[in-house]
Write a protein of this length. Structure first.
Length: 421
């Protein structure tokens, strides 16, 4: 007979549980020399990172278990013990969920519930419409999860998702599955038709208007493909596309071709003029308003360039830009300069104040509403910072943020916290 010394063991997220042991007996007397295998479930592991431990019982019939590591998301799990010739034994292990929940919101770190047991988040996305919002994360189990208005996380895809894109206009999501062989939508996995024969998807984007939507994939053949309202995938670029950006306001897309030598638009490859002499594009962004649009490229000379309505490319930053973000609501852009030491805006390099002492910016995001704007940076100290209307940078998260997503509709942000303890 096998018995645990307790029916239930409790701990805290990222902590350890000690003192657990299993005893083997025969007719009530300790049974030595029994090979006993103990297993754990739902993210709980032994101190060496394994979920199984095998030992031989001593003269007292006991096997003392190694310390049990509680996963960062907490939750409930089970202990099981088995040996030849005896019925298995079981016990429970429990822990409250981590206070951070692992996915949080800039306006409330505990806005979202704990992640499903055993699942960690590898990427996050966020979309909002008037009166509602949807947060998404790609789980370590390769499912895409959604939380509607801070409700429980539910699967919204089959397994096998490798990447996804959220429209901040209608808060829907599209995704790639099967190593690029399939494309689905959060509201209907079969919404999109099969990709063209022999083509796999290497990147995905999604945009919506008030009465339409468009999914985009970058094909393995280097063409950009578009599906309007779930219709057939059609080429909307020449060959040679290396990256693209979609506006969630008008659902148009712009792209880089020819190893950075050209920039085109999904509705007209010749929409943008030639880049300045000697400059190639290393990254691209696109934003629109109700009556205008702006394309942005990060040049090989480290300047950020802007083209309004397909006009000439003009510098809208100092040199030294390393990354940038565009709001698809007002078509403005913000950027990081000086290896993370400064943050500027396309309309005014001095718009934002200095970063907090000792902090550099490692990533940037930008969102706007009809009467406000918010810029976010991920600091080198792993806090997420926000600047409202060019005001002081303030912390808007706990430490441990690894990535974040901004809705350009309501300018809010959600973030992923470090999954590992």
């Amino acid at each position: 007979m096998l018995t645990f010394n307790q029916a239930s063991y409790s701990g805290v997220a990222c902590g350890t549980i000690t003192g657990a042991y299993v005893t083997a007996t025969v007719n009530g007397s300790p049974a030595s020399g029994q090979t006993i295998t103990t297993t754990l479930s739902n993210g709980y592991t032994f101190a060496d990172g394994t979920t199984s431990n095998t030992q031989v019982s001593g003269s007292d019939g006991r096997v003392n278990l190694p310390a049990i590591s509680v996963p960062s998301q907490g939750g409930s799990g089970s202990l099981g013990a088995a040996t030849s010739g005896a019925s298995p034994a079981s016990a429970s292990v429990t822990s409250p969920g981590a206070t951070s929940k692992l996915v949080g919101a800039a306006w409330n770190n505990t806005a979202y519930p704990a992640l499903p047991a055993g699942v960690t988040a590898s990427a996050v996305g966020y979309g909002a419409i008037p009166g509602a919002n949807q947060a998404y994360f790609l789980g370590s189990d390769t499912y895409l999860y959604v939380s509607n208005n801070y409700g429980a996380w539910t699967k919204t895809s089959p397994a096998g998702v490798s990447s996804f894109s959220v429209s901040t206009t209608d808060s829907g999501a599209v995704y790639i599955t099967g190593n690029g062989t399939g494309v689905g939508a959060g509201w209907n996995n079969g919404y999109f038709p099969a990709l063209p024969a022999g083509v796999t998807a290497t990147a995905i984007g999604y945009g919506t208007t008030s009465n339409s939507n468009a999914g985009y994939v970058l094909g393995s053949d280097t063409y950009l493909y578009m599906s309007i309202q779930g219709g057939a995938w059609t080429k909307c670029s020449p060959a040679g596309v290396t990256s693209f950006s979609v506006s969630t306001t008008d659902s148009g897309a712009v792209y880089i071709t020819g190893n950075g030598t050209g920039v085109g638009a999904g509705w007209n490859n010749g929409y943008f003029p030639a880049l300045p002499a000697g400059v190639t594009a290393t990254a691209i962004g696109y934003g629109t308003t109700s009556n205008s649009n702006a394309g942005y490229v990060l040049g090989s000379d480290t300047y950020l360039y802007m083209s309004i309505q397909g006009g000439a490319w003009t510098k809208c930053s100092p040199a030294g830009v390393t990354s940038f973000s565009v709001s698809t609501t007002d078509s403005g852009a913000v950027y990081i300069t000086g290896n993370g030491t400064g943050v500027g805006a396309g309309w005014n390099n001095g718009y934002f104040p200095a970063l907090p002492a000792g902090v550099t910016a490692t990533a940037i995001g930008y969102g706007t509403t009809s009467n406000s704007n918010q810029a976010y940076i991920l600091g080198s100290d792993t806090y997420l910072y926000v600047s409202n209307q060019g005001g002081p940078w303030t912390k808007t998260s706990p430490a441990g943020v690894t990535s974040f997503s901004v809705s350009t509709t309501d300018s809010g942000a959600v973030y992923r916290l470090q999954s590992a303890c």
